[in-house]
Design a protein around this ligand. Sequence first.
Ligand code: GLA
Length: 689
Amino acid sequence: MDTNTDNAGMDYITARLATEGSPALAFGGDYNPEQWPEETWDEDVRLMREAGVNLVSVGIFSWSLLEPSEGVYDFGWLDRILDLLHANGIRVDLANATASPPPWFSHKYPQSLPVTADGVRHSYGSRQAFAASSPDYRRAAAALTEQIAARYKDHPAVVMWHIHNEYGCHNQPDFSDGAAAGFRRWLERRYGGLEDLNAAWGTAFWSQRYSAWDEILPPRTSGTWVNPTQQLDFARYSSDELLECYKAEAAIIRSHSGHPVTTNFMGFNMGLHQPVDYWRWSEEMDVVSNDHYLISEDPRNFQELAATADLTRGWANGKPWLLMEHSTSAVNWQPRNIAKAPGEMLRNSLQHVARGADGALFFQWRASRAGAEKFHSGMLPHAGTDTKVWREVVQLGRALRSLAEVSGSVVTGASGRVDVAILHDTDARWGSELDSHPSIDSSNIAETRRWHDAFYRAGIPTDFRRSTDDLSGYRLVVAPMQYLLSDAGVANLAGYAQSGGHLVVSYFSGIVDENDHIRLGSYPGAFSKLLGVQMEEFFPLRAGESVRLSSFGTGTCWQELGKAAGAEVLAAVTEGPAAGSPAVTRHRTGSGRAYYVATSLAPAGMAELLDVVCSDSAVQPLLTGLPADVEVARRSKNGTDWTFFINHGAGEARLDVNGVDLLSGDDTGGALTLAAGGVAVVRSQTSIH
Ligand code: GLA
């Protein structure tokens, strides 16, 4: 296969993992045999077979061993482990090992190390210590990639290529002089001339006008807020610069091999990572793969998992994707790393499969003995095989084998397809996270999760899409805090609503254009007419404050002063300075409807609003009458449905459902009892629902 346009690579992988001719779901994890004496390798592969592991990622952080000094390569150990894995029927996702340059490299080429916004050059000694713009890094990464691809292109164990690792993770955004030069080149391509750049950046403000390209810098630390458009363009540039690294390495691999190429994403990419626009990146992937780690102290972390899995499926264009990493139990990088309760790992892994993953891999196979991640769980724990984790790993391997027939299927909803899309534009998020905004409490991610959570609780599946995507197949589209929208996005959303769609717009959406310039007129500038509202002033609420509404309970975070101009007011603010202003509105536009939600609704009010918009748009839950703690999701293929039931509650759940539970092998006979924390995957014919 040599296409990278349709994310079809997952089918290739499941076919290559086939047992007796039938595609298999991927099961395994990162395997770092170089951290262990070779004597352990035999035990590794024996236990991998015992657990049913069929795919491992090898070599991700091996650069310093594979190239111990410049241009000198040592592939002996890698040859031996790949041969051993092959002899044991275990396939390999082979890394090109470029994620962490060795000390000799950083020592010899110190200019390749990234520089912070404060001008501090980072040292090496952890990982990912490189600047994407560094020609030395790019040359060395290309040379190593060439060696690995040429050597292993025909190795029978290898079925897939793993480029780099989590681009942007622990990889300091680079503000060096090299980045300044790269940024200027990127800006010249974007704007052509300085006048256009000055106009886009609004440099008449605070005397920021540029008269020569050399004057332009990355948004380094300054006295106060740096130009917001400069910050936004720098995020775009930083993502593109890393993408250039990926593309160059992918091109080398593709010149040798037809196996699919991927790099592992990081879900919503929270924390101090470099900005990476996964929508753009996914166009370059043969397989979209993602790493997901639960925030162990989040009481609804399974909902965040569901949202991340749905987002990953969005990047994969609805096709199956690969869960490249998750954890068997605790991680090592949260303030308190809470281990997973018995059964939690199986629920997590199968939640990903329920939402489109064609496999479940972990970081990592054998828990490390040394290094910064020695307290991170693995498939094979420090305490060995007489453990909860190992027994559950073996159980998961068995479960995935019994679910093999699910591979290649797509996620569906009550109508036979997913009817609801939540928009999540990268620029909208980056823009909303800029400084000097009306309220620090307004958060694109939090608002997105609130909407996703409301649909999750209602048992209604959701896709994630971009404002510029074809939305015509969706009955309902939600735009949560889509602060920044391009003209094309605005026109697409208006067209969607006017031609019969149902569009829900939340507060602080459609506020600025792609240069972060206010869309003038009544707020929200992009949608005031479409929504039939004229809002004039934002009235963010104080920390912890809420405001009573005439319907849908209370609002938090935000309210607006304004009036309806054609829209029906479904809820108004009842108190305070914005009393009488609309909080929730509905407006007929063309043959569709557009709704505005000018505050952040609490879950109960959100659920009531969902009843209204779902009834208007004829969106149905997948199943009705389910206990609140039971998550349901469905995958379908060729007239067969697989319905996943995941009980997150502490009590037993009784469900009326027909079909065969693939995990137990039993026919439900019309009624299924799901133990507390239990999972069932029921196969039925599509005609039944
Ligand atoms: C990321 C990385 C892995 C490992 C895990 C730990 O996902 O890709 O190398 O560090 O985090 O959770």
